[in-house]
Design a protein around this ligand. Structure first.
Ligand code: BTN
Length: 242
């Protein structure tokens, strides 16, 4: 791959790997701003311990972020989603990308991308991004899914990756200068289902209500007849049904 990447970044390309998140986890210290991209993954992982089926043709990339403290990790869920949404729109100009909490990207209510954030437990954040470019699983997904090609935008994964690293780098600078608020506001402007009914599946229970927005730390605010509950993790279903 011959790509133009932002200054200070490094891109490692692999034909096949287990999971690019694992590859980034194994990088030596001092690997901030290194991205690992693979043509296919044999053990691609999704959120909540699910598989991320990873055939050739889609984008699988993980970015290494060395943090001052793991407390900085949460905002990257939103930063990554916004950077990726802007990147996709820049190569598919007439497309409108929405962000579904916490970090899925949607086209017309269908999931086109997923992001898996992991840490090494110390100070490294691994931002794993999968974008359905040419292909998407036909069955076995919790949500309706699509690809950029199926939505009428047969772009290359190289074009999306180049734009992604550029926007990611820009948003990291924005975060440094302006703090979390700008990132959360950019996310909120793309929020999928704001004000609508949602159901949240937590590990031990299911809560229903309306999606009231985000708090200052990016937690989802669920309104249950006036009682506001801040949700940090869980599967969210929009429209009040699965
Ligand atoms: C989700 O469940 O929505 C998150 C999917 C994240 C998939 C990406 S593909 C690149 C990176 N490597 C992995 O094993 N997973 C992430």
């Amino acid at each position: 791959m011959n790509l133009t990447i932002p200054q200070g970044w490094r891109l490692i390309f692999k034909k096949e790997t287990l999971s690019t998140n694992e590859d980034v986890k194994a990088l030596p210290a001092g690997s901030d701003k290194t991205a690992v991209c693979a043509e296919m993954q044999t053990g691609g992982r999704g959120r909540m311990g699910r598989r991320w089926v990873s055939p050739k043709g889609n984008l699988y990339v993980s970015v290494c972020v060395e943090l001052a403290s793991l407390r900085e990790a949460e905002i990257y869920s939103f930063l990554s989603a916004v950077a990726l949404a802007e990147a996709i729109e820049s190569v598919c100009p007439e497309l409108e990308i929405k962000c579904k909490w916490p970090n899925d990207l949607m086209i017309d209510g269908k999931k086109v991308s997923g992001i898996l954030l992991e840490t090494d437990g110390v100070k490294r954040l691994i931002v794993g991004i999968g974008v359905n470019i040419a292909d998407f699983p036909a069955t076995g997904t919790l949500y309706p899914v699509t690809s950029l090609t199926a939505s009428g935008h047969p772009v290359t994964k190289e074009a999306v990756l180049e734009a992604l690293l550029r926007r990611f780098d820009t948003w990291q600078k924005e975060l440094k200068n302006g703090g979390k608020a700008a990132v959360l506001e950019a996310w909120r402007q793309r929020a999928f289902g704001l004000g609508g009914k949602i159901a949240v599946n937590l590990p031990d229970k299911r809560l229903e209500g309306t999606f009231d927005g985000l708090d200052k730390d990016g937690r989802l605010l669920l309104n249950r007849s006036g009682e506001i509950i801040a949700i940090t993790a869980g599967d969210v279903f929009f429209g009040g049904k699965e």
